[in-house]
Design a protein around this ligand. Sequence first.
Ligand SMILES: [Zn+2]
Length: 268
Amino acid sequence: MKKNEGEVPQYYVEHSHPEIISREIFDMVKQEFEKRKGIKSRSGSNMFSSKIVCGDCGGFYGSKVWHSNDKYRRVIWRCNHKYKNEKRCQTPIIREVQIKEKFVDVINRLIQDKTSVIADCEKIIAELRDTSTIENKELKLKAEQNVLYNSMKELVNQMAHSKNVNAEIEGKNIEINQNRELPAQALRQYENLKNQYEKNNEKLIKLENTRLEWRVKKQRTLELLDKIKNQNNLITDFDEQMWYTLVEKVIVNRDGNLNFELKNGVKF
Ligand SMILES: [Zn+2]
């Protein structure tokens, strides 16, 4: 096996329909992989990119440097689409320190509420562990796909054999279509089968995505559980590693309130 040098595992490229797999899931898997490799792909202010979401338009916040050349230099974050949307977003700019403070607060609430957080995590893990419902749906669809595929093949064969035949009537050479109805009718039938087949394929891809998503979520919840179990003291400073492990996104509201959404889906 080739030594992996930090690239996303080929598996996701070869067998997971990379052109259809949602960007979000692909990123999730990629992050997961990088984390395991111990790669610190982002640092400093980049750590907040693609994490801070505008409560008005749903777009990401981006950073801007103010007073880049003097002692008042500071980094602020604001909606990237603030001036692009027809209706200007009314969400405020925020400073990194605000995000960090709220993060410390959220983590401390988790730690204080340890018992119920652990119970919640365990419940979530148990639910995510059982993917049999999804797998059964996939099996049923795949069987259906087989039937559809065979029917399509048969129709194609039929169409191929329903050629016009030459015949001689009263000395004249004329063309008779032995089964005039077949091609048009068969084509329609074929189209129907194909539509169904494509619909099923989309469903299959969605199911596969869901299964992948569950797996990543489960992994993340396990990590959260692990962190929480081992964290006995309240934290006082921002912790970059915890930020990466735990925070899915932060939504900025118009009043400047920050809503945290953790990677296992828990909201604060
Ligand atoms: Zn916005």
